[in-house]
Design a protein. Sequence first.
Length: 225
Amino acid sequence: MDIYLQSIGQILESSGFAGLTVGHAVMLLVSFIMLYLAIGKGFEPLLLVPIGFGCLLVNLPLSGIMDDGGFLRYIFYGTEHEIYPVIIFMGIGALTDFAPLLANPVTFLLGAAAQLGVFIALFGAMIMGFSVKEAASIAIIGGADGPTSIYLTMKLAPQILGAVAVAAYSYMSLVPLIQPPVIKMLTTKADRAIRMDTLRPVSKLERILFPIVAPSRSWRGSCSP
């Protein structure tokens, strides 16, 4: 009997269970929650499924998947050398529809107001003990999308890249879960029953010219003496 117990003990010591830490367990739980929300609830599966599955893989004890020669180590090459952010930016640029902004230009103030959260998060992170560069990497999540957060974090604080990437994409994916209770808390039933006016139609020519003219005008302004 003792021999069997010793054999079982040796198997457990050489398995991943021996290397399982509280941190691994927490992140594995997070990955399961992400996969459940994506597959079971349909919350942004294109974002949460790869994030959740990647989180699951890298937190399997002794998997070695992120070690030199590991599969995800080669995948991570694109992040380290800033390949993925550029590709994602190109895709986002190709898919962005400026029609709502062109039909109602005053809505640009909503984007400007979002920048206030950047400064709140910046000072909040510094108060919590993060360095200025780490705080800036955390704060940019509130005013930009995932690729921007990844790019800035790689430049300023690559040691927290994993946490920033998960936070940046998770909050965007969980908007359908977070937004309804916040809306109900800040509005009345009558407010929510208001029907918005139909925006004016935006021509294809406007949609094409706006992303070409706007950056070129801002570039010329920045180069003028």
